[in-house]
Design a protein around this ligand. Structure first.
Ligand SMILES: Cc1cc2nc3c(=O)[nH]c(=O)nc-3n(C[C@H](O)[C@H](O)[C@H](O)COP(=O)(O)OP(=O)(O)OC[C@H]3O[C@@H](n4cnc5c(N)ncnc54)[C@H](O)[C@@H]3O)c2cc1C
Length: 350
């Protein structure tokens, strides 16, 4: 058993050298929100729903995409036991043992591999010497939050205030702040009286460590140049140099799957899936009433789509599109919603 022991030893060592704690490799898992749940075990295979769709009831909501937005919506909507929520994801699960997702230092791995990534390429860009630009997007539970750079930035308060002035009612920073706080557990929060930071929300935020003398020298140089310093980039003052806030908890990436989906997998009114590709929306007049989908046994981007019959699910409430900035418009367009001249091209190509 020398080889497996050697492999386990190497993985352990790589985790320790990147200061990952509590990641739960090979039985070292501790309990808490990230513990194994029935939804991760059992005979839940790609291309299936867990639990299976009921025959006697239509779901209240169908959410397309178990990414950053989809996981939050699945959590919040299934908090009401009267709702039956179905979450559709075409990519794989973010298995607890896959360090390529959970180890922050492994960030680049998923950007160079299509296991959890749509791996998009743009068309040749005329104004960039016809270069083709790589455009990564997450394709896994947690979506792009499972492979992004984990930087937590709320946006500048003045931007929110400007949006409200321009007509976006209730989007001022003052109005949004309680929601930011509700979502967050900030490791340096001073508790309920903290004016800016949350202390008991699902999304864990850790301040980046600036222990290297070069980090300190860099921040000091910014101060000397008049850029200024900020101790808390999501607090009173965003401008300036300072440590970044990261979606990390105890050295582990804190994707929206970890924050919002995994803790509620045992809710009986939440049906999850992976390896289910939504191929179109079903309408009654102008209202989306369901989706068309295919089941996939292989969930990699490069795996060939096996011939599969299109199945349908209808819902009573709403179909919620959370497929991301590229896939949601694509899904609308293949379903006949969008600029006429593009849709004609898509239908012609199909
Ligand atoms: C490499 C990279 C680094 C980034 N770094 C940062 C950062 O440091 N900080 C930051 O704030 N933001 C960062 N971002 C941006 C941020 O991650 C995204 O804006 C955010 O995750 C988008 O959320 P979303 O819910 O719109 O989509 P996603 O999180 O991408 O989720 C969409 C999900 O829908 C699924 N899906 C799509 N179409 C279908 C379909 N037809 N059927 C079934 N499932 C489908 C996808 O597989 C995916 O899982 C980064 C993004 C990338 C790609």
């Amino acid at each position: 058993m020398l080889v497996p022991r050697l492999v386990i030893g190497l993985i352990r060592r790589s985790l320790h050298t990147t200061n990952v704690k509590n990641v739960g490799v090979f039985g070292e898992r501790e309990g808490g929100e990230h513990a194994l749940t029935s939804g991760e075990l059992g005979d839940f295979k790609p291309g299936a729903f867990y639990p299976e769709l009921p025959k006697d009831r239509k779901p209240t909501y169908i959410i397309v995409g178990a990414g950053s937005a989809g996981c939050v919506l699945a959590n919040r909507l299934s908090a009401d036991p009267n709702n039956l929520v179905v979450l559709i994801e075409t990519g794989p699960k973010d298995h607890w043992w896959d360090w390529r997702i959970h180890m922050p230092g492994a960030l680049m791995y998923n950007l160079c591999h299509d296991k959890y990534n749509w791996f998009y390429m743009t068309q040749a860009q005329k104004h960039m010497k016809d270069r083709v630009i790589y455009w990564p997007r997450g394709r896994v539970w947690g979506g792009s939050s499972a492979l992004n750079a984990m930087v937590y930035v709320r946006g500048h308060p003045y931007d929110y205030d400007r949006w409200e002035k321009e007509g976006a009612t209730n989007w001022s920073y003052k109005h949004c702040l309680p929601y930011f706080k509700k979502a967050e557990t900030y490791e340096l929060s001073t508790g309920p009286s903290d004016p800016y930071r949350g202390h008991d929300g699902p999304l864990h935020v850790t301040q980046g460590k600036c222990e290297n003398p070069l980090h300190q020298a860099f921040i000091k140089a910014g101060e000397q140049h008049g850029i200024g310093i900020t101790e808390n980039m999501n607090g009173y003052r965003q401008e300036g140099l300072g440590p970044m806030d990261m979606n990390i908890k105890n050295g582990v990436r804190w994707s929206t799957s970890a924050a919002y989906l995994k803790p509620v997998l045992d809710r009986p009114n939440l049906i999850t899936s992976y390896g289910i590709l939504c191929t179109g929306l079903l309408f009654h007049k102008n209202q989306a009433i369901g989706i068309e989908f295919i089941r996939q046994k292989q969930t990699y981007m490069s795996s060939k789509l096996e011939p599969a019959s299109r199945e349908k699910i209808y819902c009573e409430g709403a179909v919620i599109l959370a497929g991301g900035a590229i896939n949601t418009p694509q899904l609308l367009m293949v379903s006949g919603v969008g600029p006429g001249k593009h849709i004609k091209v898509i239908i012609f190509v199909e």
